[in-house]
Write a protein that binds this ligand. Sequence first.
Ligand SMILES: [Mg+2]
Length: 363
Amino acid sequence: MRLRPFSVGLTAPLATARGEITEREGILVEVGPDDDGASATGVGEATPLPGWTESRSACESALRGVRDEDGCLVDGALDRLDRETPAARHGLALALADAAARGEGLSLAERLAAERDLPTPAESAPVNATVGDADPETTAAAAARAVDAGFDCLKIKVGARSLDADVERLRAVRDAVGSEVALRADANGAWNPSTAREALDRLAPLDLAYVEQPLPADDLDGAAALRDRRNDPTDASGDPTLPIALDESLSRYGLDALLDADAADVVVLKPMALGGPDRALAAASAARAAGVEPVITTTIDAVVARTAAVHVAAAIPDVAPCGLATAALLDDDLAPDPCPVADGAISVPDGPGLAGDAFDGLL
Ligand SMILES: [Mg+2]
């Protein structure tokens, strides 16, 4: 196993649980071939994100810890990367899966799907555009531009302004894009329970697909209560209300707790935070089995992990639009993007593995 630390700049600073970051620092992982040349080479990426995964240094020492003095993987290396270091596990799990898929002549999506007895993966994954916080006119103009570029699902950031202002923004977007475009609102945990309730009531007439993380990550009961009320036929208001998606809460509690609490209609799954493409697809299957829709998103990763997330999304039958159109948030990248966004979707790149030999020679 070979490791190569890297850093790629962000086009704009990103607020995280541990302050603003201006670059994404990670580690490229390469495995194989065996001494006898029997297995193919595989490439993976571990790009920790503060608040979602372990730190950069914990990630690197975890990866170095599963290598012997000859640079070979120790026995059971993947199992030794536990849930405390999901980004490290992602890097190694991806490299091993890429090598295995290439050895078998399969795409990563095909191999992941076969492992879980899922049908043949789709050739592309639908993606949403993200529209940031701005005044109503600017927000509506950005939404219209995204639709012109081919997106038919938009995620609008809310919660930075008053609810009045956000309702006005979303109304301006709906007016600008018409009724055919799916709209999501992501509050990133900004609201308290009464504002969240009011938001769901006032946004319902705008026919949003869902409201993401209306309450802080740790308020799982609150999220369940918002859904309860919606499902409560005795609720006197008679107002239609909206599905709830959870993102930050998943990182805080894990999928099982979310499903047990009946707290979400949709879960946002980040392969880097979940510990690998295999774990992300397993989580998606578990969510579906519980009647909860999975959405795959990146953690604003470099091209290797982003491409892996496209394979995961494509392996989920009829997946809802995913948050994978994040390449534009990076200033530079590790390699040319083998699967750029086109017409609101990302095609799974030509294989085998992650992207054939597109990422060979990066280390
Ligand atoms: Mg989110």
